[in-house]
Design a protein around this ligand. Structure first.
Ligand code: HDE
Length: 699
């Protein structure tokens, strides 16, 4: 396989600068001797206008901010590559990056939607999953989300929708939350939102990690072959680590304990060489089958069930490099749904059509002019030659007298390309010019119910709890009632349970409920049971069994799991009977169980005694237990589990006991059996012990 993915970095290297070994200068390159005092008339006198250094420094600072994205303002990104597995898609498309097997450089930006740039990562929200492929044929952007459908069917409603979900105008409250009156007022009056709102109330809105969420292109796009023949396509990203979520109580706590939780997780994993990875899959539909479904392929509030059209794996995406500068790269990257390469085209999805206008338009104000494609992160690696000239921030020095087509004075250049050009798919279109919605878009409940029917019991519980939380924050009783009315069209039991929670009357069941299911929609039913990429907290104090701990850490790390040692104070932990001192990674009081996937309490009577008397330690275990996470202890560490209210059966001898996600043994030191670590890793692979009773959450 050719490794083509360095091409972008070679280009970026020409823009990367490093202050190492340099001296301070002005923007003009004049060396600066003094930057702590401004030039003034006398040491207590007024500052002088002629202090060009101070003026330049302050002026630049005054202009450091640019408008944040109107949606998806909060994000995190990374570089990597995409490689197609083989050329099997060449029957359908001339897009080389999908068929060549070369490593294609990419930049991916993940985001939340509603919050401002500085908002917390773990809010209940959709996540953006936008990929820029720097292909040899030009840049292709797949600007997707982590949910396969959308709130509205026509882009003309997007400003209304976003105004409703954003903080309310009088006081700009609440930040990054849909749990307020205007959002639910919009939802309750727009039945087309119903399907997506179920996704939003599901665990999908609370990803454990950007590395552990699916991505979707949402719209139906088109692949186009060399003869101009089109095939409908839906794009899917499937994470190698599985699709996993946080629970709501955790999310709210993490928003305070570590608002950068998802951003940090992405950064840290790439720094550690644990490169996040997804598989690209496509659902292909022959154009002849356009009307073979009980929904319209052009309707972005609908998905194609995977059981009906299987997702065919076509390649892999790997993120292997963090940006050097957040602003220059993650903030200035500009995605656009109309950045297409030959072999991919649009459909008439009215949401997509509006997006094709919006993204270019928004970049003009956000990035300050028409030359943002010249910013390093946005530059294609394909050759660029246009007749576009001038404008703010022009970086190129265009030689020659001609900047028009057709010219003879410039030798006719740039000439019209012969091969490899983009050709719009030829589609016959007819109709009256009307402002109307197609009747094929009018069923809003069938797929909402399909989603609900496909959920496991615990996923349903979470959805009901989410509706109760969100509507519970709505002050207008009639909006609560109207929303419950809508839910009643999806499922009567769902409506009744939400109604009870939010103090409105449950409506009578309606006719037309169906029993169809799509098992692929249940996150808990999806494959991905591996402990890889997880983070475990190990609580220890002086006198801990460092021999047993070291053995366990080694076993965990071999399985791709990170173990952090948390101690009441910084500094190395003194060993118990034998063994060497153990460095502590974190001080216990600076961390919290919500930042980890599991907790382990090791042996060592003095260590256990200290932890039993430490409120943070006891709370840590209680909270992890109540969040249904794997909890493990060996030797005297088991006592801390008892103190923390763990009610599962605990080991009373050296035999490893793994009950309800609680792994224990009385063995310790060199005697600690490998099965202890194996059972912990198996519990981690299961993500949570969902059967564990949680009536008393929060901790
Ligand atoms: Fe976007 N969207 N969007 N959107 N969107 C933007 O573009 C818009 C929609 C998505 O990390 C904006 O550069 C309209 C669907 C992502 O930089 C803006 C409509 C999907 C990102 C915009 C939609 C998305 C954006 C704001 C309805 C999933 C972040 C800043 C017609 C398939 C990209 C910007 C990044 C960003 C408009 C609907 C995904 C204003 C008008 C559906 C991932 O142009």
């Amino acid at each position: 396989m050719t490794d083509h993915h360095d091409a972008k970095h070679e280009q970026l290297d020409r823009s990367r600068t490093d202050p190492e070994g340099t001296v301070l200068t002005t923007q003009q390159g004049v060396r600066v001797a003094h930057t702590d005092d401004s030039l003034r008339a006398g040491d207590r006198g007024p500052t002088l206008l002629e202090d060009f250094h101070a003026r330049e420094k302050i002026t630049h600072f005054d202009h450091e901010r640019i408008p944040e994205r109107v949606v998806h303002a909060r994000g995190a990104g990374a570089y990597g590559y995409f490689e197609a597995y083989d050329d099997s898609l060449s029957r359908y498309t001339t897009a080389e990056f999908l068929t060549s097997g070369e490593r294609i450089p990419v930049f991916v930006r993940f985001s939340t939607v509603a919050g401002s740039r500085g908002s917390a990562d773990t809010v209940r929200d959709v996540r953006g999953f936008a990929t820029k492929f720097y292909t040899r044929q030009g840049n292709y952007d797949l600007v997707g989300n982590n949910m396969p459908v959308f709130f509205i069917q026509d882009g003309v409603k997007f400003p209304d929708f976003v105004h409703a979900v954003k903080p309310e105008p009088p006081n700009e409250i609440p930040q990054a939350q849909s749990a307020h009156d205007t959002f639910w007022d919009f939802v309750a009056t727009q039945p087309e939102t119903t399907h997506m709102v179920l996704w939003l109330m599901s665990d999908r809105a609370l990803p454990r990690s950007y590395r552990m969420m699916q991505g979707f292109g949402v719209h139906t796009f088109r692949l186009v072959d060399a003869e101009g023949r089109g095939t409908f396509v839906k794009f899917h990203w499937t994470p190698v680590l599985g699709t996993h979520s946080l629970v709501w109580d955790e999310c709210q706590k993490i928003a305070g304990k570590d608002p950068d939780f998802n951003r940090r997780d992405l950064w840290d994993s790439i720094e550690a060489g644990q490169f996040p990875e997804w598989e690209l899959g496509v659902q292909l539909v022959d154009e002849a089958d356009e009307h073979a479904f009980d929904f319209d392929l052009l309707d972005a509030t609908k998905l194609i069930p995977e059981e009906r059209v299987p997702v065919r794996p076509v390649g892999r995406l790997v993120l292997d490099r963090n940006p050097d500068n957040f602003f220059a790269e993650t903030e200035q990257i500009a995605f656009h749904t109309a950045n297409l390469v030959p072999g991919i085209d649009f459909t008439n999805d009215p949401l997509l059509q509006a997006r094709n206008f919006s993204y270019l338009d928004t970049q003009l104000i956000r990035l300050g002019g028409p030359n943002f494609a010249q910013l390093p992160v946005n530059r294609p690696i394909a050759e660029v030659s246009t007749n576009q000239r001038d404008g703010h921030g022009q970086q190129e020095i265009h030689k020659g007298r001609t900047s028009y087509f057709r010219n003879t004075l410039g030798g006719g250049c740039p000439a019209i390309a012969e091969g490899g050009t983009f050709r719009h798919h030829t589609e016959a279109v007819s109709g009256h010019k009307i402002r109307a919605r197609s009747a094929s878009f009018l069923d809003h409940y069938r797929q909402a119910r399909l989603f609900w029917n496909s959920m496991s019991p615990v996923e349903r519980e979470h959805i009901v709890a989410a509706f109760r939380f969100e509507l519970g924050k709505v002050t207008a009783k009639e909006v609560r009632a109207r929303t419950v009315e809508r839910l009643n069209h999806v499922d009567h039991e769902l409506a009744a349970q939400v109604a009870t929670g939010v103090g409105v009357e449950a409506p009578a069941a309606v006719a037309g409920y169906h029993d169809d299911r799509s098992p692929a929609l249940s996150q808990l039913g999806r494959p991905g049971g591996s402990p890889r990429g997880r983070k475990v907290a190990l609580l220890a104090a002086d006198g801990a069994d460092t021999v047993g701990i070291r053995g366990l850490i080694e076993q965990a790390e071999a399985a791709g799991v990170t173990v952090e040692v948390l101690a009441p104070t910084d500094g190395p932990i003194a060993p118990g009977a034998d063994g060497a001192p153990l460095p502590a990674d974190r001080q216990l009081s600076t961390m919290a169980s919500v930042l980890y996937d599991a907790v382990v309490v090791p042996c060592g009577p003095p260590s256990t005694e200290t932890l039993l008397a430490d409120g943070y330690a006891v709370h840590f275990v209680t909270e992890a237990y109540k969040h249904q996470k794997p909890v493990a202890a060996f030797g005297s560490g088991v006592d801390l589990l008892r103190r923390a209210g763990v009610t599962a059966e605990l080991a009373d001898d050296v035999t490893v006991r793994a009950d309800d996600g609680v792994v224990t043994t009385t063995a310790a030191g060199a005697e600690l059996p490998g099965e202890f670590g194996t059972a912990l890793l198996a519990a981690l692979a299961g993500h949570r012990a969902w059967a564990r009773a949680t009536t008393a959450v929060p901790a």
